[in-house]
Design a protein around this ligand. Structure first.
Ligand code: NAD
Length: 454
C-alpha cells in the first residue's frame, strides 16, 4: 500500500469518530501492552543484534518506561479526557465554561535509534491515549528493532488506526510531503530543522525532541562518592548514546583531583567487565566520528578501542577547554571531557553563549548555587545531585528548549501535546445583559469597565 493511501485511510478512520471512544483507546493500549509482554524475548534479541544492548538495560531504560506510560494512561485517561468545568467571567454572567480535550487527528511519530523502543512507543502511547491515529516511522539505523516493531504492530493493529512505516531518509521525506495533524520527532537538531520546515507547509504543529551538550556541574561541596557513582552510570549507560547523558563535566578547581579519582574508581567498579554491561557504538560512522573527537594527550583514563566490535571503553579527558573540538558538538558516546573552573558566574556566562541544552545536572549541597544555575541558565530539564533520572517521572514534562527542542511529553504532558483544548462557553437564554448592545452610552461603558476588572 502506498504511503499516501495509508495516510488517507487513517484520516478517514479518524473521521469515523471510533477513536473518540475512551474504551476503544484503552483496549488499544492493553493490546499494545500484551503484545510487548508476549514478545519480550524477540524484542531483546532484536536490540542485541542492533548494538548489543542487554536485557537488563533494555528493560530498565525502555520497556519499564513504556509499561509505566501505559499503566498511567489506563488509570488516568478517563479523567484526562473529561470536559473540565472552569469559572466563567462576569462579562458572560450567567454562563458556564468548559474545556473539552479533543484528539488532533492523524499523527506522525518519527523515532531515533538510541532507545529505539522507548523513544518510538512512549509517544505512541500518549498519542493513542489522546484518541489519534498513528503512523510510526522508527529509525532505520537500528534496523532489527525497526523490523520487529513493524512486524508486531502491523500484524496486530488495523493499519487505518496504527501502523509502522519503515525506511530511511527517502521514505521519511516522502511521508513528510503529506499532511498530518501533529508531527512528533525525536532525533538530531539538524534533522529537526528539516522536519519543522516540512511541517510549516501545512502549519502542522510539531514536538521536536532534540539533543545538545548537557553540562554537569560538580561544586566544591558535592558528595564525591555518590556523585561520581551517579555520573558514571548516567554517562556510560548505553555507551553514552543517551540524549540526556552528561555531555561534559564542569568541576570546581579545588575538588577536581579528588573527583577524578572517584570517577576512575567508579568506572572500574561498574564497567570492569564489559560483557553484558556495555553496548556497542551503533555503527562505523559514529565510531569514527567519536575517534575524531579524542585528543590523545588529554586522555587520562580508558580509551581502549576495538573497531571490529565497535567498542570504546569509558574514557575521561582532562584539561579540556570550550574551544576544543570535543566541545563543538554533542558527543553521544562514552567520552567524558572535564573542564575545571573557579568562578561560577564566568561559567554561566560562557554557557549562555552556547545553544540551550536538553539537560543540566548540578551536584552540590548548596541550594543557593543550584538555584542560581537553574534561574540564570536555560535548559530543557535536569536534576540536582542526580543525572538522567528526571525523565522517569510522569509528573515532570520531558522536553527541550531552544535548539534542544520544543514541546514535551510523559504522562499527562504527552496527552496534552496530542490534544486540542476546545473552549466552550455555555449560555442560557432566559436572561440577557443589555449593556454590550447599541445604542452605546457612557453609562454602559462605565459598567463594562467595572465588570472587566471584576
Ligand atoms: P537523526 O536525526 O539522524 O534521525 C532521527 C530520525 O530522523 C530517524 O528516524 C531518521 O530516519 C530520520 N531522518 C534522518 N535524516 C533525515 C532527513 N534528512 N530527512 C528526514 N528524516 C530524516 O537522529 P539519530 O541519530 O537517530 O539520534 C541522535 C540524535 O537524537 C542526538 O542528537 C540525540 O541527542 C537526539 N535524541 C534526542 C532525544 C530526546 O528525547 N530529546 C532522544 C534520543 C535522541
Amino acid at each position: 500500500m502506498s504511503i499516501k493511501t495509508t495516510i488517507h485511510q487513517q484520516r478517514a478512520f479518524f473521521n469515523s469518530n471510533i477513536t473518540k471512544d475512551i474504551q476503544y483507546r484503552k483496549k488499544a493500549l492493553k493490546r499494545l501492552e500484551k503484545l510487548l509482554q508476549e514478545n519480550e524475548t524477540a524484542l531483546y534479541t532484536a536490540i542485541y543484534s542492533d548494538f548489543q544492548k542487554s536485557e537488563f538495560e533494555t528493560y530498565t531504560t525502555e520497556l519499564s518506561i513504556i509499561y509505566h506510560e501505559i499503566s498511567v494512561a489506563l488509570k488516568k485517561l478517563s479523567s484526562w479526557a473529561k470536559p473540565k468545568r472552569v469559572a466563567s467571567d462576569m462579562l458572560n454572567f450567567p454562563s458556564k465554561s468548559y474545556i473539552y480535550s479533543e484528539p488532533l487527528g492523524s499523527v506522525l511519530i518519527i523515532g531515533a535509534w538510541n532507545y529505539p523502543y522507548g523513544l518510538s512507543l512512549a509517544p505512541v502511547i500518549t498519542a493513542l491515549a489522546a484518541g489519534n491515529t498513528v503512523i510510526l516511522k522508527p529509525s532505520e539505523i537500528s534496523i532489527h528493532t525497526s523490523n520487529i516493531m513493524a512486524k508486531l504492530i502491523n500484524e496486530n493493529f488495523d493499519s487505518h488506526y496504527f501502523c509502522v512505516i519503515e525506511g530511511g531518509v527517502e521514505t521519511t521525506t516522502e511521508i513528510l510531503e503529506e499532511k498530518f495533524d501533529k508531527i512528533f520527532f525525536t532525533g538530531s537538531t539538524m534533522v529537526g530543522r528539516i522536519v519543522y520546515q516540512a511541517a510549516a507547509k501545512y502549519l502542522t504543529p510539531v514536538v521536536l525532541e532534540l539533543g545538545g551538550k548537557s553540562p554537569t556541574f560538580i561544586l566544591k561541596d558535592a558528595d564525591i562518592t555518590i556523585s561520581a557513582k551517579r555520573i558514571v552510570w548516567a554517562k556510560f549507560l548505553n555507551a553514552g548514546q543517551t540524549c540526556v547523558a552528561p555531555d561534559y563535566l564542569l568541576i570546581e578547581d579545588c575538588i577536581k583531583e579528588k573527583f577524578v579519582q572517584a570517577l576512575k574508581k567508579e568506572i572500574d567498579k561498574q564497567f570492569s567487565q564489559l560483557e553484558d554491561n556495555y553496548v556497542q557504538i551503533i555503527n562505523e560512522r559514529n565510531f569514527k566520528r567519536l575517534e575524531s573527537l579524542i585528543e590523545e594527550e588529554k586522555v587520562i583514563y580508558g580509551n581502549k578501542r576495538d573497531p571490529q566490535k565497535r567498542l570504546i571503553t569509558p574514557t575521561l579527558l582532562d584539561n579540556v577547554t570550550f574551544e576544543d573540538k570535543i566541545m563543538q558538538e554533542e558527543i553521544f558516546g562514552p567520552l567524558l571531557p572535564i573542564i575545571s573552573f573557579d568562578n561560577l558566574d564566568d561559567v554561566i556566562k560562557e554557557l549562555k553563549t552556547r545553544p540551550k541544552p536538553l539537560s543540566c545536572y548540578i551536584y552540590t549541597q548548596n541550594s543557593k548555587c543550584s538555584d542560581k544555575i537553574i534561574q540564570e541558565f536555560s535548559f530543557g530539564g535536569g536534576a540536582i545531585n542526580d543525572s538522567v533520572m528526571h525523565l522517569t517521572s510522569e509528573n515532570l514534562p520531558f522536553g527541550g528548549v531552544g535548539e534542544s527542542g520544543m514541546g514535551s511529553y510523559h504522562g499527562k504532558f504527552g496527552f496534552d501535546e496530542f490534544s486540542h483544548f476546545k473552549s466552550i462557553l455555555k449560555k442560557n437564554t432566559f436572561f440577557e445583559f443589555p449593556i454590550k448592545y447599541a445604542p452605546y452610552s457612557a453609562f454602559k461603558l462605565k459598567i463594562i469597565k467595572i465588570l472587566s476588572k471584576a
